[in-house]
Design a protein around this ligand. Structure first.
Ligand code: SF4
Length: 229
């Protein structure tokens, strides 16, 4: 069990992590999309699958049903068939239709561009009030589409921040989202998210991290467990 460090120590550790990973990976730029509704639907499609599969499913959806209006009016089975390559199609199809229906009902159009006019907190609140949209999905839209400084806690960020002791070991992803938002200074959240995703994919893998080649091994409380012998 890793003892929780005081907040000041954790803040310094978060900065050190970011600085080291910047040195290792260079500039940490998130992928950008222009339209928040597109980003939202793509994020739903990316749940429990790779980015490549999610993009493929998104393209399949646009090819089969080229407008959001067509997606809402189509039988759910047709939407599921169009996104089959992204996995969990029978769960994601009704979720996508429910989001689109709600957006149309509230705004009179399939358009979330008004979010750009809102504060971070208000835009986040709007997003999580949509059906099936949680803090991670909201943070992805805030960060990648609206250019706000949010830190989506996906599976990689969740695993790596627990191993680094930035959040306690048994913290849920939802709680980690709140703790990391408070811990990581404004302006550093999106770059840290991008850096931790890369570290999680390449080095701090599940189930076994490659601590021997990790640039954080001297500051990571989990490393000694994997470096022994
Ligand atoms: S030292 Fe090991 S456990 Fe810690 S972040 Fe690096 S790979 Fe992950």
């Amino acid at each position: 069990m890793i003892d929780p460090a005081p907040p000041g120590v954790l803040r310094r550790r978060a900065r050190t992590v970011l600085n080291r990973l910047r040195k290792r990976y260079g500039e940490l730029v998130p992928p950008r999309r222009s339209d928040p509704l597109e980003e939202l639907i793509l994020t739903v499609l990316s749940q429990h699958t790779s980015d490549v599969n999610a993009e493929r499913a998104f393209e399949g959806l646009r090819a089969a049903l080229p407008t959001w209006d067509a997606v809402v009016r189509a039988p759910t089975r047709s939407v599921a068939d169009a996104i089959r390559s992204g996995g969990l199609a029978d769960t994601k199809a009704p979720r996508i239709q429910a989001i689109l229906r709600e957006v149309e009902e509230r705004r009179g159009a399939f358009d979330l561009s008004f979010l750009a006019e809102l504060s971070d907190d208000d835009a986040r609140a709007e997003l999580v009030s949509l059906p099936g949209v949680g803090p991670k999905t909201a943070a992805v839209v805030l960060s990648f589409s609206l250019g706000r400084d949010a830190m989506p806690v996906d599976t990689h960020v969740h695993r790596v921040t627990r191993r680094l002791g930035l959040v306690p070991p048994k913290t849920s992803a939802e709680r980690a989202d709140r703790l990391l938002h408070e811990l990581v200074p404004e302006g550093l959240r999106t770059p840290l998210h991008v850096a931790l995703i890369r570290l999680g994919r390449e080095i701090c893998k599940a189930p076994t991290p490659r601590c021997g080649i990790c640039p954080l091994k001297d500051i990571c409380p989990t490393a000694p467990r994997y470096l022994v012998g």
